[in-house]
Design a binder for this molecule. Structure first.
Ligand code: ATP
Ligand code: MG
Ligand code: MG
Ligand code: MG
Length: 497
């Protein structure tokens, strides 16, 4: 079976909204130099923030685009899911259509439905839509307008109410906000659908009942005293995950089984001399059950991470020891470790993937092709430098494993710090290895060691910035971005295995 081409499916989205009077704009870079509140662009909305805040007039009233997004820090951090699930990525494309004070709910909903069912021909009886059910605390009524609009297109049992967490969007503590309506698709087999209706699995982290498109209707402004007032103009902000759309139009069960990831996956498998077994992982509690699963997870992680690393470097953010640069270095080291441990790649490997990705994306994101050699060189250098210490660090963990088990299955803060300081293991890499061994990491102990080291260097009156700079959440404050969802992920993953 030949898979639908990514370039074609993406173009259909852009052409569709162009035909509805939208101006097509290119993706903004992943790092917005003039927005210190975000390490990386994590939604299609971020580059347009000033228009919604009224700081700048929008040059066009209707815009559509595909925006590179990275969800590896701050409010949105999906890193821990990547490779283990089939539909969260670090870097992904968010397709969006925008109305800046122009059309509102009626048109947005009509067009979303037309695109999905007429253009992409997704089956209507597999689509579910949600609307905001209201919130007493905020004295907000249910969004019955959206509910009624959907009644023109689908049946009552596919229109579901949703709470504030899923169906009310806010830019921040203050600022524009409003209800949203999301579209979910059920990609399970007919037999599975007969056993349990898809409506019961919407927003339940099921790998084949997934959210594909969020349509936000900005109509309020949250003031500092927390009250809400109507905005002078109403806006539409939508975001559809392109890789998930590809899964839906391809009729497959994993984003990785689409044309977006297959060229990378095939290249990795060939280069490493392994086979990719495909589709949904059956990992239990994040412990790969079989060798095949271990290989598959590593391949997915590498295919995902190379995209994040390459595009961030192409957009001007080099790996480093601080802030956004350190986030990239950590993602890169995570990928190197998978290639090393699961695919037996003891020499630099990731950099070889850059030309495959650059060719694949040349039509839509030419910035990578234009800097292909530079990006390759940066990645290869990073790999060489980390591979020098990786093996020793892994050996150190193995040697101490029995000791960790006897101290409450915990890697103590001091060792975690040593791994970081001497072997270049970012804390989240240590946590990942720990998780695979059924251990946890004493993060508080690690932070204490980190502070102690900082004090030592302060006392030594070093003026230079130390190697140990804490990477931030989006608000620019402590702690390390590794306030991650380690606890949460295994529970979610367990449920469907
Ligand atoms: P989910 O609930 O699946 O984590 P979300 O509610 O966090 O998604 P939104 O913030 O509403 O996602 O973003 C809009 C769309 O972007 C989603 O409907 C989804 O299709 C896509 N998306 C979100 N996060 C990711 C990700 N990590 N990888 C790929 N696509 C994503
Ligand atoms: Mg999410
Ligand atoms: Mg969601
Ligand atoms: Mg959502």
């Amino acid at each position: 079976m030949s898979l639908p081409k990514a370039s074609h499916v993406r173009q259909q989205f852009l052409d569709f909204f162009a035909s509805k009077g939208h101006h097509i704009v290119p993706s903004a870079p992943l790092v917005l130099k003039d927005d210190p509140t975000l390490l990386f662009v994590n939604s299609g909305m971020a580059p347009f923030k000033d228009y919604f805040l009224g700081n700048k007039p929008a040059p066009y009233k209707r815009v559509a685009d595909t925006q590179k997004c990275l969800r590896v820090s701050g409010k949105h951090n999906d890193l821990e899911e990547v490779g283990y699930d089939t539909y969260h990525h670090t870097l992904f494309e968010m397709l969006g259509n925008w109305s800046f004070g122009d059309y509102f709910k009626t048109e947005a909903i009509a067009w979303a439905w037309e695109l999905l069912t007429d253009v992409y021909k997704l089956p209507k009886d597999r689509l579910y839509v949600t609307y905001f059910q209201g919130d007493e605390g905020d004295k907000l009524a249910a969004d019955t307008e959206t509910q009624n609009l959907w009644r023109q297109y689908t049946t009552e049992d596919r229109i579901l109410p949703g709470n504030k967490k899923d169906n009310f969007w806010e830019m921040g503590d203050t600022g524009p906000c409003g209800p949203c309506t999301e579209i979910h698709i059920d990609l399970r087999s007919d037999e599975e659908v007969a056993q349990k209706p898809g409506r019961e699995l919407v927003n339940a982290d099921h790998p084949q009942v997934v959210e594909i498109w969020n349509n936000v209707f900005m109509e309020f402004q949250r003031l500092a005293d927390k009250s809400l007032v109507k905005l002078p103009a109403q806006h539409v902000d939508t975001g559809m995950g392109f890789e998930r759309l590809m899964m839906a139009v391809s009729g497959v069960k994993s984003n990785y089984d689409t044309d977006v990831f297959q060229p990378l996956i095939q290249f990795i498998a060939k280069e490493a001399g392994v086979e990719y077994h495909g589709t949904a992982p059956a990992t239990v509690n994040d412990q790969p059950a079989t060798e095949n699963e271990k290989t598959d997870i590593a391949i997915r992680v590498i295919a995902d991470h190379i995209r994040a690393i390459s595009f961030t470097i192409a957009d001007g953010q080099l790996p480093s020891n601080v802030k956004a640069g350190y986030v990239i270095r950590r993602i890169l080291r995570r990928a190197v470790r998978y290639a090393f441990s699961s695919l037996n790649q003891k020499q630099p490997f990731l950099y070889k993937l850059v030309p495959v990705l650059a060719d694949q994306m040349a039509g839509i994101f030419p910035e990578l092709k234009a800097q292909q050699q530079f990006v390759q060189r940066v990645i290869e250098e990073e790999e060489i430098s980390f591979l020098k210490t990786l093996e020793n660090g892994l050996r150190r963990i193995d040697a101490l494993e029995e000791g960790f088990k006897s101290q409450g299955n915990t890697i103590d803060g001091k060792t975690a710090f040593e791994l970081s300081d001497t072997f270049g293991f970012p804390l989240d890499l240590t946590a990942l290895i720990a998780r695979e061994k059924g251990l946890t990491v004493d993060e508080a102990g690690f932070q204490k060691e980190l502070e102690a080291q900082k004090n030592r260097s302060r006392n030594a009156q070093e003026t230079e910035q130390s190697d140990w700079v804490v990477v931030n959440s989006d608000n620019g404050e402590l702690p390390l971005f590794v306030g991650y969802d380690v606890e949460e992920a295994p529970a979610r993953l367990l449920r469907y295995r």
